[in-house]
Design a protein around this ligand. Structure first.
Ligand code: ZN
Length: 326
């Protein structure tokens, strides 16, 4: 059992987060969102259509959306768009400057894609690339990644994806950074954790995204091992992975059960909305404003204001904190 203890207010205040505009101290975080997207591109990265968009439009739309969050009191957003799915850190920095919202962005490759720069690259070199993005900068800029994000085919990692997962684990181990995983299937998530632990990765820095799709038992089993969990489809009309409804009542019930089981220091919430998706036909219907507009009050009623603040703010700071050596 490696369940994280509740951090004291002083400890959370002194924690640092690596954002696209530099270091942000925990004490300066107002409220947070654990898993969102500004621009995402589902075109294959080796095609001309990939990231060929009107960027001033995309930045403008993202600023509008982030400004709504800022008005709700949110000034920290963890952005989960990584290599191969439209990551643009320069645009994200622009959005941050114009909206006064701090964004943490990831390194790591999204699934088994033809990312031109990293095709056929050995695992060690891939890990080195991720480490460079965490310690030096991304795409020739000084903008550094704040965590590693990985994913693989939902039914299980392909051979190439196992290589990407191993490289991610090596980079996270070497730097001490958090490692997020897109895990709508519990069995796949368990297998991925096994692959990562084999590389010596510390599971206490694992963030299980889309954990709401798995059963309460599956959630508890991983929480017992010390992982952080995200319920990141708050307000969604359907879950994009399985199509099932994600009603507020279902989520409140799950959150209540997890809190009663003693996991209140390991849960985070978000909407996993994407402001702009390319191609537009892939745009899905979620609203990042929903969490603080409607769900926060319901959660307060269910588990109290103190625990709500912990889940909506403190746990995000703790889960994505910058390792002390970076
Ligand atoms: Zn996402």
């Amino acid at each position: 059992m490696k369940k994280p203890k509740a951090q004291t207010r002083a400890a959370i205040g002194s924690v640092k987060l690596r954002t696209v505009t530099g270091i942000l101290h925990g004490r300066n975080v107002k409220m947070a969102m654990a898993h969102e997207h500004m621009f995402t591109d589902f075109h294959s990265p080796d095609t001309d259509a990939y990231m060929d968009v009107n960027w001033s439009n995309k930045i403008g739309a993202s600023v509008e959306s982030a400004a709504v969050l800022r008005e709700q009191g949110v000034n920290l957003v963890v952005e989960w768009t990584n290599i191969g799915i439209g990551r643009n850190v320069v645009a994200l920095r622009d959005v941050s400057r114009q909206s006064d919202v701090h964004f943490v962005c990831p390194t790591g490759i999204y699934k088994d894609l033809k990312s031109p720069a990293l095709t056929g690259v050995p695992i060690a070199a891939m890990a080195k690339h991720f480490v460079t993005e965490l310690t030096t900068g991304i795409d020739g800029t000084g903008i550094r990644a704040g965590f590693v994000k990985t994913s693989c085919n939902e039914s299980g990692a392909t051979k190439k994806e196992v290589g990407i997962l191993r490289a991610a684990a090596i980079a996270a181990k070497e730097t001490g950074a958090a490692l997020g995983f897109h895990g709508p299937v519990a069995k796949t998530t368990r297998n991925v954790i096994r692959i990562m632990e084999k590389e010596g990765f510390n599971i206490g820095r694992f963030v299980w995204a889309h954990a709401q799709v798995s059963t309460l038992d599956d959630n508890r089993r991983q929480a017992d091992r010390g992982v952080f969990l995200q319920y990141d489809a708050i307000g969604a009309h359907s879950d994009q992975f399985f199509g099932g409804p994600v009603s507020d009542d279902t989520m409140l019930e799950r959150l209540g059960q997890m809190v009663e089981s003693g996991y209140e220091n390991q849960i985070m919430l978000s909407t996993d909305a994407a402001v702009c998706i390319n191609p537009p036909a892939f745009q899905y219907d979620r609203n990042s404003a929903y969490l603080y507009r409607y769900f926060e009050d319901k959660l307060k009623q269910r588990i109290g204001a103190r625990r709500t603040r912990k889940i909506l703010r403190d746990n995000v700071i703790t889960a994505f904190r910058q390792p002390t050596k970076l």
